[in-house]
Design a protein around this ligand. Structure first.
Ligand code: ADP
Length: 356
């Protein structure tokens, strides 16, 4: 009974927050300058205001300053724990029956994979989330029974590839998005692996990364040009009321948002960059349509948004990390990413406050 009361209290609180702020959040994360950048004498163009947790300022090449505001701004010194502390309430709401999508957006090399995957010493959002989902489901085991399963896929040139299928001798199965009888988007044939503990997830994620890199001459380069999606499906059963829920959490490491140089713009690279542009702008259009509560939301403009349709909008929760580099040499891309994220959130940036 106490648990049911807690649930309804949480739902009430959550609905109040939605009324006030909407269910789309944008967090900005600025990575530290790298050793080689410091050695080259690179300087940072990003400044933070010690009293404002959600603002940053960029010094442009003409010395003018631009200010940007997000739901939270993480600084170079903020570690993975600090990032996860802010992300935790959003990701764990999948256990309360909400659909959730988390994206990492930004130029290649700004820390998208670091935020989502992390390193063995500094685990990112994906690992910490699954740890926490298992911990909470154990804690609630006298009231709720949860079943968790995991899928991992890649979208490259508008083609979907299952990353949990190892046998590379077999022809790659063509995966398409289909609408289920309940009206949700499904990918028939996609492996959905039932998982019972964190260790198992670790090995599945390692398999996914291995499969992702097979067949590419330069794994890092390829991964920066495809979207990598981890899907956690949660089936919940309330042992008291026998009510059942099915919800999904998507953890998405997007393709690099950088514009390609003119010299490279031909052949395969041109095709790739057109597909990336198309899907990233489709994603931006969908989120900004949802943020401004427009009646038509253009989900069908890319595989990415079409596949995520059931988990974007309605009372689903969306979080975008916009990743930036502090390096003056990346200024152009940094401004593009910040403008994109501001547009997505439906908030325009203003001129910087006057310095006193
Ligand atoms: P992306 O996925 O955007 O291409 P990566 O996550 O691969 O970028 O990051 C590029 C490099 O910068 C990696 O070596 C990563 O470990 C490092 N890095 C990124 N963000 C941080 C951070 N906040 N703190 C420490 N190192 C970081």
């Amino acid at each position: 009974k106490k648990y049911l009361e807690e649930c309804s209290e949480r739902k009430k609180l959550y609905n109040e927050v939605i009324e006030l702020k909407g269910n789309i959040r944008v967090f900005c994360r600025c990575r530290p300058l790298k050793q080689d950048e410091i050695a080259n004498g690179s300087t940072s163009v990003v400044e933070f205001d010690s009293s404002q947790e959600n603002e940053l300022q960029i010094t442009c090449s003409d010395s003018s300053r631009k200010q940007f505001k997000f739901d939270h701004v993480f600084r170079p010194e903020d570690n993975q724990e600090a990032i996860f502390a802010q992300t935790l309430p959003i990701v764990t709401s999948v256990l309360d029956g909400y659909n959730v999508c988390i994206f990492a957006y930004g130029q290649t090399g700004t820390g998208k994979t670091y935020t989502m995957e992390g390193t063995p010493e500094n685990r990112g959002v994906n690992y910490r989330t699954l740890d926490e989902l298992f911990r909470i489901s154990n804690e609630r085991s006298s009231i709720m029974r949860y079943e968790l399963s995991v899928s991992m896929l890649e979208v490259y040139n508008e083609k979907i590839r299952d990353l949990l299928v190892e046998n590379s001798n077999q022809p790659v199965k063509k995966l398409e998005i289909k609408q289920s009888a309940e009206g949700t988007q499904e990918v028939p044939g996609l492996v959905e692996a039932r998982v019972y503990g964190t260790e198992e997830v670790w090995s599945l994620l390692a398999l996914g990364s291995r499969v992702r890199s097979v067949g590419s001459t330069n794994a890092n380069e390829l991964s920066s040009r495809s979207h990598c999606l981890l899907r956690v499906t949660v089936m919940g059963e309330n042992l008291v009321s026998e009510q059942r829920t099915r919800s999904q959490l998507w953890l998405v490491d997007l393709a690099g948002s950088e514009r390609v140089g003119r010299i490279e713009v031909e052949g395969d690279r041109l095709k790739e960059s057109q597909f990336i542009n198309k899907s990233l702008s489709a994603l931006g259009d969908v989120i900004s349509a949802l943020a401004s509560k427009t009646s038509h939301v253009p989900y069908r403009n890319s595989k990415l948004t079409h596949m995520l349709q059931s988990s974007l909008g309605g009372d689903c929760k969306t979080l975008m990390f916009v990743q930036i580099s502090p390096n003056a040499a990346d200024l152009g891309e940094t401004l593009c990413s910040l403008n994109f994220a501001s547009r997505v959130r439906g908030v325009e940036h203003g001129p910087a406050r006057r310095q006193t």
